[in-house]
Write a new protein. Structure first.
Length: 310
């Protein structure tokens, strides 16, 4: 069993409009834009990162905004809901905030004993705020949202699958433990994790497969401390029969990827070196940062990208 994963690192989704996406996550949800860079495989498209003050693993939501991309179709074989942790008693604030900012499909509910507020992002993505009373992570409050209600980071994520058995077995191999089941949803947690340490599997046997597009999660990344631990995880996965990519340098972390039995794309990302490797923490996300191979084309790339609000 793998013992080096301590929860989520980041979740990466797709969007249709960079400005709209930036405004929603920095203004409506009050997260900090911690990095403004480009898709390393398509430098004509932004890669935007939002999180806490430093972009701590377990807090970072990232987006590829492809202009005018078709909206995704929800279904099975995907991360169906991204979940953020908020302080207990804060959901009334968030309901007012989301209504005032025009978010759609607000739905309060309770599962596994926790009060939740689910809602849609600007591209129809399924998001949820989950109350927790024991999250010691420090919130980013630079957007003017009070610390008493501000988002702490991820709580976790939910997958929709035809059959949850193989993914449940994989999560167990990755160090997750079965916590509880309610209806057709089973929750797994990492003991002593980083706060972003919950995965829910929802079994929907008759639901069609999802089609990726705007609002879809592209991949979900799990955190390991460093490159040495990542190599150990890679070997363990390959020894179990998974086809895992070589290590890829993403400038702010190193990454490996593999496809799960249920169809979800997993990444294992390192906590090192972090988002302050090329920007002072006080100025994260302000300047456009490019991988070294794209620097000679900076003027051309910048000319093709839509300017964002500060």
């Amino acid at each position: 069993m793998i013992k080096d994963i301590n929860g989520l690192h980041h979740i990466t989704s797709m969007a249709s409009d960079a400005r709209q996406n930036n405004t929603f996550f920095t203004d409506t949800l009050g997260l900090r834009r911690v990095k403004k860079t480009v898709n390393f495989d398509d430098p004509n498209v932004y890669h935007l990162y939002y999180g806490d003050e430093a972009g701590t693993p377990g807090t970072v939501m990232t987006y590829f905004p492809f202009p005018d991309v078709m909206r995704g179709r929800p279904g099975v074989g995907e991360v169906s809901e991204t979940q953020f942790a908020v302080p207990k008693g804060s959901l009334s604030f968030w309901q007012d905030q989301l209504i005032a900012k025009g978010a759609g499909n607000l739905q309060p509910d309770t599962i596994f004993g926790a009060n939740r507020l689910s809602f849609s992002g600007p591209d129809g993505e399924n998001l949820a705020l989950i109350e927790t009373d024991d999250d010691a992570r420090t919130a980013w409050n630079g957007a003017g949202i009070a610390d008493s209600v501000a988002i702490r980071g991820f709580s976790g994520a939910r997958f929709r699958l035809h059959d949850t058995a193989a993914t449940a077995e994989l999560l167990g191999f990755m160090g997750y433990q079965h916590a509880e089941t309610e209806g057709n949803i089973t929750r797994f947690t990492i003991p002593g994790g980083n706060g972003a340490d919950s995965i829910e599997l929802e079994a929907l046997r008759q639901t069609p497969f999802a089609r990726q597009g705007a609002g879809s999660v592209h991949h979900i990344a799990f955190a390991v401390e460093n490159r040495a631990k990542q190599l150990e995880v890679r070997k363990a996965l390959m020894d179990t029969g998974y086809q895992v990519t070589p290590v890829i340098d993403r400038d702010y972390f190193w990454a490996i990827y593999f496809r799960t039995p249920g169809g979800v794309l997993f990444e294992i990302a390192t906590n090192e070196p972090g988002f302050n490797r090329d920007e002072d923490t006080a100025h994260l996300g302000e300047a456009l940062k490019l991988p070294a191979r794209y620097e000679p084309y900076r003027a051309q790339i910048e000319a093709g990208l839509t300017p964002l609000a500060a």
